[in-house]
Design a protein around this ligand. Structure first.
Ligand code: ADP
Length: 271
């Protein structure tokens, strides 16, 4: 059985302890069934979707396809591409939920990762945004590289997807009061206060039609939230309608790794 324990100080001057144990076996199993279902369903949908998308591509490119069929075929291809993104994001979320203790935790060269993501971001923006960087080149982080890349790129790509052309995007990576802090700020349209607490729920979007049009799945911030939880970090969202948004990830101080500490043992090994 699985128990949930709660220990509360009580009584005179709170010197006694009240222990309440609740049998959560059923809830735990139901949650496991839900997680497995989402993972299996996504996995099962992957193959048929690959086949459909392959044939659509052949048909769209074939000279035998009547001209009038080209546009519907193109729309069908766009929609299969959207379904593929949703399935990939659902699978990423399932993997993150599995609480895999054996996942690699290693020194992650965050400045290097950000450099790669920024190249992709520039391609995604197509010159429509101005980027400013303030990146501490000597600050690395203990964590999982793929998960962190996914979280940082989601936040940076959001600042492009959800802001109008001509917006400015500022990316920061530094130590703030001893804690590693990653931040993405934009001067886009911002987000109304009532949406902010719900943004990292699955499929929650401020403007569903616009998010879909920009290729969004509505799962990006849910992925970011999971990754940060696994790193003991917090997502802080600040935004005001009309004056842009800021998304920051604050990591625990002990996960910071100065670059000098990483290269020192290897250098010592050579001498
Ligand atoms: P999506 O796939 O739609 O980007 P996310 O989970 O990443 O899904 O984000 C959820 C919603 O949060 C988005 O649909 C958008 O409405 C809002 N959002 C996220 N980032 C920004 C931003 N930088 N500026 C304005 N709105 C944003």
């Amino acid at each position: 059985i699985t128990l949930s324990l709660r220990i509360t100080p009580f009584g005179e001057r709170k010197r006694q302890r009240l222990v309440v144990a609740r049998d959560v076996t059923k809830i735990y199993h139901l949650d496991m069934i839900r997680r497995d279902f989402v993972a299996n369903a996504s996995h099962e949908l992957r193959t048929p979707l690959t086949v459909i998308s392959g044939f659509l591509e052949n048909l769209a490119d074939s000279p035998a396809t009547p001209h009038g069929h080209r546009r519907p075929l193109q729309l069908m291809r766009n929609q299969t591409e959207r379904m593929r993104s949703i399935i990939e994001d659902l699978l990423t979320l399932s993997r993150l939920e599995m609480d895999d203790q054996s996942r690699a935790v290693e020194p992650v060269d965050v400045p290097d990762e950000l450099h790669l993501i920024l190249n992709e971001a520039q391609a995604l923006s197509g010159g429509g945004h101005t980027f400013e960087e303030s990146i501490d080149q000597d600050l690395l982080l203990m964590g999982n590289q793929l998960e962190l890349r996914s979280a940082f790129s989601n936040l940076i790509f959001n600042a492009i997807k959800h802001t109008p052309t001509g917006s400015r995007v500022r990316i920061g990576w530094r130590q703030d009061q001893g804690e590693p802090l990653f931040s993405v700020e934009d001067d886009g349209e911002g987000i109304a206060a009532e949406h902010i607490p719900r943004l990292s729920e699955r499929f929650y979007r401020v403007d569903t039609a616009r998010s879909r049009a920009s290729g969004g799945t509505g799962l990006g911030l849910a992925i970011v939230n999971h990754v940060l939880n696994r790193h003991g970090a917090r997502l802080i969202i600040a935004s005001e309608e009309g004056s842009g948004s800021s998304f920051s990830c604050r990591f625990p101080a002990e996960s910071a790794l100065p670059r000098a500490r990483l290269v020192a043992p290897a250098a010592a090994g050579f001498s």
